[in-house]
Structures are given as structure tokens and as C-alpha cells.
Design a protein around this ligand. Structure first.
Ligand code: S3P
Length: 168
């Protein structure tokens, strides 16, 4: 069986999409892209600044454009932001790729993100509660778009990528 030409990682903040995506791309000889970094590169602004200036919906508009443009390329691994599955148009765009849902529990997401200031949705009094709520709301959407669900919490990137690559 041949490898999928477009591979997308979805999942919540702190799931490890970028780390795993970079390793997987290297292993397959594919290009790696990250929709948040691409957006920052294109606008010259960081994510919190875009949220401040344009609101979440302005950010989502830009995110949708970046994802659909990047998915025109082949031989890519694309790590998406945690909210990329929210818009139906994005879920449709993702259907042309092989989508991996990197699933980790909210406690671990919290441990991995709690010192990070680059995630505007978590800059409030109860980031753990937010992560739990987002997980409840979004888990069905990640599952809906996924061709493969991988439990990402208990293994290091190398072992995860090895088992992932074997299942493509
Ligand atoms: C978001 C996740 C972030 C980033 C933005 C919004 C979300 O990406 O796109 O802060 O809605 O979950 P990561 O999942 O890479 O942290």
C-alpha cells in the first residue's frame, strides 16, 4: 500500500502535534508545516496579537485559509491548531488528507501548556477547566475527522512515530 500524500495531525493544545509531526515528516522524507507558525510567518504577528486585533473569528478565518492552501501541497505533514476542526469547511478540507488524531487527557495538556503565554484561550483564571471543557466539546469533532486515533500521552515521540509510521 502506498503512503498518503497529505498527512494532518489534529488534537488539543499540548497534544504534541508539532513535535510528533516534525519527527514523522523526517521519517517519511516529507515537508513539515505547522498552521500556527505559518500564520505567524505570513502576518508577522504572534497568535495572541492576532486574537487581540481581530478576535477569535478573525484568527479562524486566517487559519482556514492557511490550512486549505497548505493542503494543496503533496508529501506534507501538517500540524494544525487545536481549534482547526471547529469550522465545517475545515473538516471538509481535512477529508482530502490522512488525518491522525493525537489524543491526550486534559491533565497532561495542562502540564504541558501551563507555562506557555502564546495560547490566548488559556490566559485566564482556570486554564485546566478550559482544557477540560474544550476536550469535551472537541473530542467528537477530532474523532469525526480522524482516519487514525493515537493515544499520545504515555509514550515518547520516537516510539509514537515508529508505531504511527507503521499504520499509515
Ligand atoms: C487553539 C490552539 C492553538 C492556536 C490557538 C487556538 C485552540 O494551537 O491555534 O491558540 O483553539 O485550541 P495549538 O493546538 O498548537 O496549541
Amino acid at each position: 500500500m502506498s503512503l498518503p500524500e497529505k498527512i494532518v495531525l489534529v488534537g488539543p493544545m499540548g497534544a504534541g502535534k508539532s513535535t510528533i509531526g516534525r519527527h514523522l515528516a523526517r521519517q517519511l522524507g516529507y515537508d513539515f508545516h505547522d498552521s500556527d507558525r505559518e500564520l505567524e510567518y505570513r502576518t508577522g504577528a504572534n497568535i495572541p496579537w492576532i486574537f487581540d486585533m481581530e478576535g477569535e473569528s478573525g484568527f479562524r478565518d486566517r487559519e482556514s485559509r492557511v490550512i486549505s492552501e497548505l493542503l494543496q501541497k503533496d508529501h506534507i505533514v501538517l500540524a494544525t491548531g487545536g481549534g482547526a476542526v471547529l469550522r465545517p469547511e475545515n473538516r471538509k478540507t481535512l477529508a482530502q488528507a490522512f488525518v491522525i488524531y493525537l489524543k491526550v487527557p486534559p491533565d497532561l495538556q495542562y502540564e504541558r501548556t501551563r507555562r506557555d503565554r502564546n495560547r490566548p484561550l488559556l490566559q485566564n483564571d482556570d486554564p485546566r477547566g478550559i482544557l477540560e471543557r474544550l476536550f469535551r466539546e472537541r473530542d467528537p469533532l477530532y474523532t469525526e475527522v480522524a482516519d487514525l486515533v493515537i493515544e499520545g500521552g504515555h509514550r515518547g515521540p520516537r516510539s509514537l512515530v515508529r508505531s504511527l509510521a507503521g499504520r499509515l
